[in-house]
Design a protein around this ligand. Structure first.
Ligand code: HEM
Length: 319
């Protein structure tokens, strides 16, 4: 097979730079997750997720992040393939290779992390994309701004429920059309009110069932179908995944806690080796400082993985 010729060290530098970026992302992600531990009914974590889900700079960052993950995987596979092609005959004596045992683990832990990430995305990220169904929340303020809702509120002045009000308007459609002079316009107006009625009922149910967050900002426990409905009827109130609730729900199950702890252990092994390795490739390490950088790598991996683990364990314990 003919692979494009890029010097091995250039590929290693790319892997190191991309990996370095991912190491920083993990510290950021683990720190942000700690917000789940606040006992504020998700106020801070939901506000954070809302910012992350709506800010345009973050959206660009997300594309860059996925691009970097893909490139990191491609360059590593390419490096592995070229190394293998350079030595088609394997060593006969096991252990003869001078490769650090950690670097052999890198390939396997990398593959396992990829598999775990697919599970992780199915749990959370794909819900945001609408590929997997989850639980959603919407901002009360945005829903209340919907024009039709303000019209429906007039129903109380006529001692009618909003349903009766729209039915009444519909029965008087001919009269209304005569006033407006445009029957198509009247039909559109009534259709708008019917859509508004759906939003009204969603809001009403949320209040009746106590599905409003403590700070009164969000209504939660919206279903996938309600999300679709709101997306069509009230795009400005586009509901988003309720990650706070989903994280708390997911880690109330022991098997999910154990699965994720295994995931963090694999991430720890991968990071622990990646850190000093990246320093070495970028020429930032030498014989004198190797031990210090190696220790820093271990510490960094422990801090990040313990932060991830703390969320999962404390949520499971209901703390
Ligand atoms: C306690 C552990 C973790 C929790 C509770 C958690 C939670 C989440 C949530 C809720 C999202 C969706 C955020 C959004 O799209 O707005 C997400 C996305 C993501 N997670 Fe995690 N995560 C954890 C651990 C990890 C680990 C260990 C990795 C990587 C090794 C990871 C990598 C990612 C990536 C790459 C994304 C997509 C980018 C993003 O949207 O930020 N996560 N995670």
């Amino acid at each position: 097979m003919n692979l494009p010729k890029i010097h091995s060290i250039s590929k290693k530098i790319c892997v190191a730079l991309l990996g370095g970026f991912l190491l920083i992302f993990l510290l950021f992600h683990a720190s942000a997750n700690l917000l789940v531990l606040r006992h504020d009914d998700g106020a801070w974590y939901s506000a954070f997720c809302h910012f992350m889900g709506t800010n345009y700079i973050v959206k660009v960052f997300e594309v860059v992040l996925f691009g970097f993950i893909a490139l990191h995987i491609c360059f590593t596979a390419w490096l592995w393939l070229t190394n293998r092609m350079a030595r088609p005959v394997r060593y006969h004596v096991a252990g003869k290779s001078k490769t650090h045992p950690g670097s052999k683990l890198m390939m396997w832990t990398g593959i396992l992390i990829f598999v775990c990430l697919l599970v992780h995305f199915t749990d959370f990220y794909f819900v945001k994309l609408g590929w997997v169904k989850g639980e959603y929340m919407a901002k009360v303020e945005k829903l209340q701004q919907i024009e039709a809702l303000q019209t429906l509120q007039l129903s109380s002045q006529f001692d009618m429920t909003p349903e009766e009000f729209v039915d009444e308007l519909e029965s008087r459609a001919t009269e209304l059309s005569a006033m407006e002079g445009d029957s198509a316009e009247t039909a559109r107006y009534i259709a708008q009110l019917r859509d508004g009625l759906d939003v009204y009922n969603i809001l009403q149910r949320a209040y009746d069932e106590g599905n409003v967050t403590e700070d009164g900002v969000w209504i939660r426990h919206l279903t996938y179908d309600e999300r679709q409905l709101l997306r069509d009827v009230a795009p400005e109130a586009d509901p988003e995944p309720d990650f706070y609730f989903m994280v708390r729900e997911k880690f109330s199950h022991l098997h999910m806690v154990l699965l994720y702890l295994l995931f963090f252990a694999i991430v720890w092994i991968h990071m622990r080796h990646a850190f000093p390795s990246a320093f070495q490739t970028l020429g930032l390490s030498n014989y004198k400082y190797y031990n210090v950088i190696d220790l820093l790598g271990k510490l960094y991996a422990w801090v990040v993985c313990l932060m991830f683990a703390a969320v999962v364990i404390l949520v499971f314990l209901g703390l």
